[in-house]
Design a binder for this molecule. Sequence first.
Ligand SMILES: C[S@@+](CC[C@H](N)C(=O)[O-])C[C@H]1O[C@@H](n2cnc3c(N)ncnc32)[C@H](O)[C@@H]1O
Length: 267
Amino acid sequence: MEGNDAASFRKPAAAYDRFVGRYGPALAEATIDRLGLSDGWRALDVGSGPGALTAALADVLGAERVAAVDPSEPFARACSERVPGADVRVASAEELPFEEGMFDATLSQLVLNFLRDAPAGLREMYRVTRPGGAIAATVWDYTGGMTMLRTFWDAALEIDPEGAGPLDEGIRMRYCDPDALRKLWSEAGLADVATDEIVVSADYEDFEDLWTPFTTGVGPAGSYLTSLPDAKQELVRESYRRRLGSPAAGFELSARAWIAIGLVPGG
Ligand SMILES: C[S@@+](CC[C@H](N)C(=O)[O-])C[C@H]1O[C@@H](n2cnc3c(N)ncnc32)[C@H](O)[C@@H]1O
């Protein structure tokens, strides 16, 4: 069961890696730190994309103890190539192809907002996690702290308010603050629910290094951009550049995510 943005993730993994994927390894490492994995655990990465979190989990637990799913075939293939030995499948969060209680930890990085039915996805994550096991997920702070995307949408809103307004991820993404995450986790019946922020960053060689991946149509922002006529794309580009201080050389952008962690009762 895929959401409306599904087509924007059926892109070459290399395009995603240069887009939001740049932040993935640091976010994965911070997520694993917050969760705390124990030796011998089995973990599942739901919505793995090309595999930043899957790879980080495999580094800690060993690939044979890690499984991953993503409905995007190119992303699942890239994940499988990136993490040989992991059990990577093309599947959706809402219908996980695993038995009950198979995993000690089920994680998901930047995926919740792309599920057609997030509570159903979380119910499945709960089902495949053993009693006492942990479920953790991160989402971007699309409303402000995720600089790369927030500044892009601000530029788009300036140039194309009617077109960009309904697509702005800061408005339409349901889970982009700790209260929304806590409510989702609590309503799923998870225990000891905790939320926190994680701030990561990415380096860019120059503005082109940031901009080029948007032009591949990857992700909701890239998909929106490539739907515009060339002249409007150019105006968005100029506004985006100006809003970032017209960088002439290398620069760094920070990105804030929220994490929710909860335990499956029992165990
Ligand atoms: C922003 S990407 C995050 C990818 C990866 N977790 C990362 O951190 O780089 C969102 C991912 O969610 C996946 N996705 C979309 N709908 C999904 C669903 N119903 N179940 C699981 N994953 C889904 C997309 O294919 C995409 O790989």
